[in-house]
Design a protein around this ligand. Sequence first.
Ligand SMILES: [Zn+2]
Length: 482
Amino acid sequence: MQARPDRSRACTLLAAGCTHSGRGTVAVMPTLLVRNATVLVTMDAARREIAGGGLFARDGVIEQVGPTAELPPTADEVVDARDRLVLPGLINTHHHLYQSLTRAIPGAQDAGLFDWLRTLYPIWARLDPGSVRVATTLGLLELARSGCTTAFDHQYLWPNGSRVDDQIEGAAAVGLRFHASRGSMSLSMKDGGLPPDSVVQTIDEILADSARVIGAFHDPSPGAMTRIVLAPCSPFSVTEDLMRATATLARERGVRLHTHLAETKDEESFTLERFGRRPVDYAADLGWLGDDVWFAHGVFVSGDEIGRMASTGTGVAHCPTSNMRLASGIAPVRGYLAAGVPVGIGVDGSASNDSGNLLAEARQALLLCRLTVSPGVGEGPQMSARTALEMATRGGASVLGRDDVGALEAGRMADFFTLDLDRVEFAGSHHDPVAAALLCSPVPADSVFVGGRAVIREGHHVSLDEGALVARHNRAAAALVA
Ligand SMILES: [Zn+2]
């Protein structure tokens, strides 16, 4: 890949008369040309894949996608994508970035969800603003290196003065579009919930801070880099009152709603015993179905529940590695897709995945889904690589309520990544490079652009000192677990 350094963009701008500071100067909107891609995958309505393709963007917004010969011949920045696959930026729909500090914790390596949580809650209770900040930066960098350009994070515990503000600060250093959540827990052990008292808050504290955070950070405009989501944690850690009040506040303020639902058999039993209802019925009674809602996991849902989600536009974040790691179960993704439920992919927290690689997660979704078709026989229609890629791009955009990302077409943001097809992992796969991106071993993104600006070049972040960040993160992890 030969990409011109940023300084040449500045020179071009200066040559065009932009002083960046002078009064009365006409703003010059920088242009970006990507050309000569082996294949450019649009994920547009026609799902076009353009051999020898490229795109032209102005001020971060795509103006043209097509064969290189039909694009403008030059731009302020030119990216030659020869021997590269160009893909829409991946969109992560469920994560807990702070958990990168507690990967591979010995006592939680071989446990199911509830025991895993009981082991980790006391450690997470020691989080503070600094550890939340460094974990956010590290986790988003890890996602970026896998081709992710938009990430949602579900942070639901705020001990020792940590705030959404710390995450926003940590995210800014990476440059991805960040959907932060004001998550919450309000039902502790003494009231029949799972978490200890030390990590829950009162409903008044939660709602007041939720309103503050929306006012401070939520940007509803197209191309937004930061949005806020309200996200009570799960049926076994949140009261019904908080669920209802959160839905009311979110709809008053125009932000989306997210929670864990139907993740494990334990949770299904808890919901049936405590609330006398199945998980989706419970959510429906609290006002938690709608096209502004998406659930993480949705493993234990009936056909009727899938139908209710489809008819209300309620989405789901499918997290296959976490579901395997915690032995939770297999989500009925084929059923969701057939019914028209919006489905995105999520890496889930780094402590139940031990990884934050979204391309690898899309591959896991593909492979796990195949086990739901006549296991041991392999008959029936199989999920294709392109369907898995669609869930990780268009699907994720729809789950997050965005029509400005998730595909490469005129009017959407220039969010994309490239894969180097000359790598060892792709040798012998050039018969179908698009399928190879999912079927072959997941490789790091060669370059990643968000809104037409490079975040990753030649596999590394354009400005972060990655080694220093890892060292800082490891010190924070050691202090937290000590
Ligand atoms: Zn989760």
